[in-house]
Design a protein around this ligand. Sequence first.
Ligand SMILES: Nc1ncnc2c1ncn2[C@@H]1O[C@H](COP(=O)(O)OP(=O)(O)OP(=O)(O)O)[C@@H](O)[C@H]1O
Ligand SMILES: [Mg+2]
Length: 329
Amino acid sequence: MEPLLEVRGLKKHFPVRTGMFQSEKKSVKAVDDVTLHLNRGETLGVVGESGSGKSTLGRLILKLLAPTAGEIFFEGTDITDLSRRQMLRVRRDMQIIFQDPYASLNPRMTVEKIVGEPLLVHNVVPASEIPDRVGVLLEKVGLHRDLADRYPHEFSGGQRQRIGIARALALSPKLIVADEAVSALDVSVQAQVVNLLQGLKREPELSYIFIAHDLSVVRHMSDRVAVMYLGKIVEVATNQEPVQKSAAPLYARTHFGRASPQPKAKKQARNPYGEIPNPIDPPSGCSFHGRCKHAMESCRRDVPQLVDAGDGHLAACPVLNPPSVAART
Ligand SMILES: Nc1ncnc2c1ncn2[C@@H]1O[C@H](COP(=O)(O)OP(=O)(O)OP(=O)(O)O)[C@@H](O)[C@H]1O
Ligand SMILES: [Mg+2]
């Protein structure tokens, strides 16, 4: 079956100025040659350290950013170069939920305005029907419909995230990109919102790209998990894999330890593998080699390709994928 979304050779290089007088022009390869697909009804988790390019990838997929290179296909149609007007129809089918539900909700708008806005913009229902549609959406995300005339500051973090989810659901999208959608919430509230998102997946044809730091949350949500490192996808694991592999994506487990939702400073202090390299001057070969306890001579030289080890588990690593295995694929 044709995938809902297909991304081929996607790149986003941000120009930056470095050097003593900011005179040197270089670029940050925030997303560097990413190829992936998302099946209908599937949840693809995306994990990776801070700065690995997860948000940039999400924004590229939603066409909130223009790619430097590569192609994006949605339902078989190449949407890479569609104009804003042409994108309007596609936009209804792809929505985003952000990390910070407070910053992403307009504080001067009532819940009814916030959740109903997409319906109004896309002219989906007559204005007179919007209050009722908003009521249904609020109930779908576990909020009482009487709360529609309140403002965002009157809600808790978890409730605000539910409002953001109701807004994302308003146009019955086929794809939702959730970028750290639960990371800012208390652990108990996180579980409730994760369960809500899981439950909504039973909607016909709703697929997620679920971006987060916390591997356990991502694994709970996802059918497959992609690990990003310095702009590249370095591993894709499925949830159906044998226990030793499914405990966590191998790359993350062997190389990062358990990714945690801690603030950056704390996370790096606890990371036994040191800091992520400067993305402006990434290391040669495998960009992880300086931090990898398994690195071999060839890792300093050769950029490893993402290959299937034969069981659906993809890894860009000659240790996880010895050349004998890679040669077979
Ligand atoms: N507009 C921009 N201009 C220059 N560099 C950028 C821009 N946006 C992102 N970057 C850089 O691109 C890289 C990837 O950033 P991105 O925000 O996608 O990472 P992330 O994986 O989402 O990180 P986090 O987990 O902290 O949210 C980083 O090095 C970042 O500094
Ligand atoms: Mg991010």
